[in-house]
Design a protein around this ligand. Structure first.
Ligand code: C2E
Ligand code: MG
Ligand code: MG
Ligand code: MG
Length: 286
């Protein structure tokens, strides 16, 4: 009975029901086989440079093409992978795909940087750092074509080891981007301590900025703060033309969101880049 009660507490704490728990446990059991079978895919969401109206960068977003469950989004397995220590393996796999794809688009004549999301948890793992270093040593592209996106987390602000890891990757030429800015904690101490190049304003502030004055004020002051610190700024979650126009007026550097493009499979990205070669204005997709 005590065990059943403990399990009950666990399910509540995780705010998932028994079915979801069983699905989760089985998903993690399948992860290695899924990697081996090529079911883990990376899609790329463009970041549009607002000064040139050109796709300057793409963010790598992982997907699991599951044979029974269909396309599984990252929110359904990244947190599980973090809890079960599978996140290192998964991230290294994603990084490997991105490096290979980046060499392919470079060889096709496209110039763009690629961002990879790195869980804060990995920044305190020496095993992850050395495995990533080994991959980066053999990278087919220059490392200044890479960006690591990290989110603010309370754990990271205090962890000297995490800060040191970011400095290590920065010293290798990889740009560091603060993802989901404004939703985490200790934001000002982060801006001082981390070797950042870029700040991404979370979509909850961006999405309605064209119709909510308070959101617009936060976005405007965040852009000013970032520029004062010589960081480039990305607004994520642009879903409408009005928002894009506002962010352009506010001198935001990059914009990302469904209005510009959904995340694209590699082949779709190449088509989109070829289309964009003649700069005839922003296209919509998706
Ligand atoms: P994120 O890094 O903040 O990525 C942005 C998410 O917002 C993506 O969802 C993207 O598809 C979605 N999005 C982009 N534009 C819009 C928009 O205009 N409106 C709305 N409503 N959503 C938009 P996705 O691909 O489901 O990824 C969710 C999260 O999963 C990511 O948030 C990131 O934290 C995590 N993630 C994805 N791939 C990886 C990965 O390879 N490693 C790690 N550690 N985390 C990953
Ligand atoms: Mg991101
Ligand atoms: Mg984000
Ligand atoms: Mg996010």
């Amino acid at each position: 009975a005590a065990q059943a009660e403990a399990e009950g507490v666990f399910w509540r704490a995780a705010s998932i029901n028994r079915d979801q728990l069983e699905r989760s446990v089985s998903l993690m059991g399948e992860l290695d086989a899924a990697i081996a079978a090529g079911q883990i895919e990376v899609h790329y969401q463009p970041k549009l440079a607002l000064s040139s109206n050109r796709i300057a960068s793409v963010e790598a977003l992982v997907r699991w093409r599951h044979p029974q469950r269909g396309m599984v989004p990252p929110d359904a397995f990244i947190p599980l992978a973090e809890q079960s220590d599978r996140i290192g393996t998964l991230t290294l796999h994603v990084l490997g795909i991105v490096l290979r794809d980046a060499a392919r688009w470079r060889d096709a004549g496209h110039r763009l940087t690629a961002a990879v999301n790195i869980s804060a948890k990995l920044l305190t793992s020496p095993a992850f750092t050395s495995a990533a270093d080994a991959l980066l040593d053999d990278a087919p592209v220059a490392l200044d074509a890479l960006i690591f996106e990290v989110t603010e987390s309370a754990a990271m602000a205090d962890a000297d080891a995490a800060v040191a890891t970011l400095h290590h990757f920065r010293a290798r030429g990889i740009a560091i981007s603060m993802d989901d800015y404004g939703t985490g904690q200790s934001t000002l101490s982060y801006l001082q301590r981390l070797p950042l190049s870029e700040l991404k304003i979370d979509r909850r502030f961006v999405q309605f900025a064209h119709e909510r004055d308070a959101d617009a004020a936060l976005v405007r002051s965040t852009i000013e703060l970032a520029h004062a610190l010589r960081l480039t700024v990305v607004a994520e979650g642009i879903e409408e033309a009005e928002t894009l126009a506002l962010l352009t007026t506010l001198r935001c550097d990059y914009a990302q969101g469904y209005f510009i493009s959904r995340p694209l499979a590699y082949d779709q990205l190449i088509v989109r880049l070829a289309d964009a070669d003649e700069p005839t204005g922003t296209r919509m997709s998706g």
